[in-house]
Design a protein. Structure first.
Length: 305
């Protein structure tokens, strides 16, 4: 008799499991089709994909060492003679420095935005869920004060205080981006915490930390994913700006910002020296923005296509 009961229960739950799996698969297909229909989003994904490939295989793609391979007999050389994009003021291959600059840009985006996510999301989650005095009058007032400064100006001040260097610049940029993640996470948590399934979880005795990390946070991820993508574009611009001002990567490092700083002294002689890193920054930032807009349209239930 017990075996028959267990069998009947399995027969009842099996179709439900298959049905749920089918619904999840159909949602994934709908989201994928919606993403593919957005040509700009696909274009952005291709640009970011190419950037990732270039960054990973930079030692294979580059034709010269970006730092130590200096040809003093061919300074500011035009494209040709083994140099695809010419050489800079020290005879270093411009193409190789652009390729390795892609790796530095990816590191800047991942590290700085990762710092902002690791700090901002937990703060926004905790304060938005528990509310109270600390949320309204301490955390949010600090966030308002920090957001009163432009993120690039704040990063510039922090980088100057911490000292030059790539890692210090990433810390400064990450801290500057943190308030945006605190505010977005808190806003989503304030909405999700009042939904019926959250009240049901509380009614059955689920602990607050379990509700926060298993129910509230996963259902608040959509805007965070979009913000992460757009913040990566802003981080690349911020890193290039700090390197251009001498507060980011060292001058000899193949950063697109430091390349622009070097090129400004030779605009009348070789303007293309500034064009190549400028185009690289423009394309990568454009790709991240296109990708972020595409993700927003895919994850937004109000936008149906």
């Amino acid at each position: 008799m017990q075996a028959n009961v267990d069998l009947s229960q399995n027969e009842l739950t099996q179709p439900q499991t298959n049905e749920e799996a089918g619904k999840a698969e159909s949602r994934s297909r709908i989201m994928f089709r919606r993403f593919v229909r957005n040509r700009l989003a696909v274009c952005g994904a291709l640009i970011i994909g190419i950037l990732m490939i270039v960054a990973i295989f930079a030692p294979v793609i580059a034709t010269h060492d970006p730092i130590f391979s200096q040809d003093y007999a061919n300074l500011l050389q035009k494209p040709g003679n083994g140099h695809i994009l010419g050489t800079d003021d020290l005879g270093r291959d411009t193409f190789s420095r652009i390729v390795f600059g892609a790796r530095l840009s990816i590191e800047a985006a991942v590290v700085s935005v990762g710092i902002a996510v690791l700090i901002g999301v937990p703060i926004g989650l905790i304060t938005g869920y528990f509310r109270g005095f600390w949320d309204e009058w301490v955390v949010m007032r600090i966030v308002d004060a920090v957001q009163a400064f432009p993120s690039l100006i704040l990063a510039l001040a922090m980088a100057a205080a911490l000292g030059g260097g790539f890692f210090n610049a990433m810390i400064a940029i990450g801290v500057g981006f943190t308030p945006a993640f605190v505010r977005i996470t808190r806003a989503q948590v304030l909405t999700v915490r009042n939904l019926e399934y959250i009240h049901a979880a509380k009614a059955i005795g689920a602990k607050n930390w379990r509700i926060m990390f298993l129910h509230v946070l996963p259902n608040s991820m959509a805007p965070l994913m979009v913000q992460t993508t757009l913040s990566m574009a802003a981080a690349i611009i911020a890193e290039a700006g700090l390197s251009y001002l001498g507060l980011g990567a060292r001058p000899e490092e193949p950063s697109w910002g430091s390349m622009l700083h070097i090129a400004q002294g030779y605009l009348n002689i070789d303007p293309m020296l500034a064009v190549w890193p400028g185009i690289s920054i423009f394309l990568v930032v454009l790709g991240f923005n296109f990708l972020g807009d595409g993700i927003r349209e895919v994850l937004d239930p109000k936008l149906k296509r």
